[in-house]
Design a protein around this ligand. Structure first.
Ligand code: ZN
Length: 495
């Protein structure tokens, strides 16, 4: 660490030292040349006075040596390394007298961060040191170095990380939060599960909470992490339901399947979406799956059998239920396995019949139906009581006959003919018109359902629809009209 971190600076310093050294060498050379100059001049002089020569020469030699030593001492004092350069990630942050200053600065900073974050803190760096020459005013004290450190270092705080199959999923300040998230994820898949029937709940991955040092910015909240683990993403994408939209049209619009859209919106009722309702478009892909095993006891119905009988009192295309089938009941004990709330296996362990089912008897007609054209004789179109007759009623003319009957009672063609209108028409509500030929038409209003379409040929007595309460109507009834050449006639005189 020290070598690689301090490397650049260190080589720079080495270079500096080299250049200082070469300067020193140069001045030394200069000095030498001065001396040698001197001595050559002196030599000439001493030739003339040979007696003094030896003594003077050794004295001079001593002086020279001391001068050189003195210069070396001065050089040493001027260029020796007396301080440390501190660097973080190859950046010099300051110069200090000794390493203790840095240790103290780091200690102070750690304490400061721990107070701020309310948890233990760890630095993810070690300062690198290099010996340098520095002047006194360059040196930083621990307080000043601490201020420098703040600019260059990052730190980690003690955290609790949820791992799934050794992959870090979410990071929290406390272990309680991590526990709460895992609990909430489990809870999410326990909707509709009775606590006493739950035998087993497990994650589909090896899940563990580890205490580690992590980045403060990576910390998340319980709710965010819960959503992240269940959805498998932090992405939020929604659609606001517009008028006329269905799950199908919305899924087409975003190129997902209806099933996926339902998975994304488990709370929404796909058959009853409201205008303005927000639907999520994120199909959950849980990062941690939850498997549950329940031992459930519940009541299930038993399907009834159906027996077919034939009768010549009904037309060939008619059926009638003579005896209505009744479902039976059984108590079932089963082991139900679910993954992420969706059933993957159901093993029935025990079944006890509580109530036997009752067979249904269906009668099928064998009689040849009448021709699909007018006979000239009309029959009552539905069973019921007459609630209003043809004629003047509260100052207005009532063009037909009202027959009150329960909602859904079959409505039959009063005579054979061609279906010429099927649809909603003002106060009539759902209306069917049949043309019988010879200028006759019959109209059937306030229906709840149709079983014919325009262009169909029908025989007399064929079921064409069901009694309803549509249009201007105060209760379920059939409004029945007979018209001749477009003029309403009194049905009572034809039936
Ligand atoms: Zn009416």
């Amino acid at each position: 660490m020290e070598g690689s971190d301090g490397g650049d600076n260190f080589s720079k310093l080495k270079f500096k030292a080299k250049s200082f050294g070469s300067k020193a060498l140069n001045s030394l050379k200069n000095y030498k040349s001065i001396i040698s100059k001197h001595s050559s001049e002196e030599k000439k002089l001493y030739i003339k006075k040979p007696s003094n020569f030896k003594i003077t020469n050794s004295k001079r030699f001593l002086v020279s040596i001391s001068a050189v030593v003195l210069i070396f001492i001065l050089l040493y004092m001027a260029f020796a390394k007396n301080a440390y350069s501190v660097s973080v990630n190859n950046i010099e942050v300051g110069r200090i007298k000794n390493k203790n200053v840095a240790i103290e600065a780091m200690g102070g900073l750690k304490k400061q961060y721990e107070i701020q974050s309310g948890t233990s803190v760890s630095f993810d760096f070690e300062p690198a040191y290099a010996k340098v020459r520095a002047s006194k005013k360059e040196l930083l004290d621990s307080k000043a170095l601490q201020e420098q450190f703040v600019k260059y270092i990052s730190y980690r705080v003690k955290s609790y990380i949820i791992y799934a199959d050794n992959e870090a999923i979410a990071c929290f300040k406390t272990k309680e939060e991590a526990d709460d998230v895992l609990e909430a994820v489990k809870e999410n898949y326990l909707k509709g599960v009775k606590k006493e029937e739950l035998k087993e709940i497990t994650f589909d991955k090896a899940v563990e909470i580890k205490e580690e040092f992590g980045e403060l910015s990576a910390m998340t909240s319980v709710e965010k992490a819960r959503k992240f683990i269940i959805d498998g993403t932090n992405e939020v994408k929604t659609h606001k339901v517009a008028s006329g939209e269905t799950f199908w049209s919305i899924s087409r619009k975003y190129d997902i399947t209806v099933e996926e859209l339902e998975k994304a919106n488990p709370e929404a009722n796909s058959a009853r979406i409201q205008i303005g309702q927000e639907l999520s478009l994120i199909v959950p892909k849980p990062l941690i799956g939850v498997k549950t095993v329940e031992e459930a006891t519940y009541i299930d119905k038993i399907q009834f059998d159906q027996k077919l009988e034939f009768s010549d009192s009904l037309y060939k295309d008619q059926t009638s239920i003579r005896v209505k089938g009744v479902y039976g009941e059984k108590e079932v004990s089963a082991i139900i396995t679910k993954v992420n709330g969706l059933e993957t296996d159901r093993e029935i362990i025990k079944e006890k019949v509580i109530k036997k089912p009752k067979e249904q008897i269906l009668v099928k007609g064998t009689k040849e139906p009448p021709p699909k054209k007018g006979t000239g004789v009309f029959a009552t179109p539905t069973r019921g009581s007459i609630s209003s007759r043809f004629g003047m009623r509260r100052g207005r003319h009532h063009d037909g006959l009202d027959i009150a009957a329960p909602l859904g009672t079959p409505v039959k063609a009063a005579d054979g003919g061609d279906v010429i209108f099927v649809g909603t028409s003002g106060t009539y509500g759902k209306l069917i018109k049949i043309d019988h030929g010879a200028g006759f038409q019959t109209w059937y209003g306030h229906l709840s359902a149709y079983s014919v379409k325009v262009g169909d040929k029908v025989y007399k007595g064929q079921i064409i629809g069901a009694v309803g309460n549509t249009g201007r109507s105060t209760g379920p009834h059939l409004h029945f009209e007979i018209r001749k050449n477009g003029v309403p006639k009194n049905p009572s005189s034809y039936l």
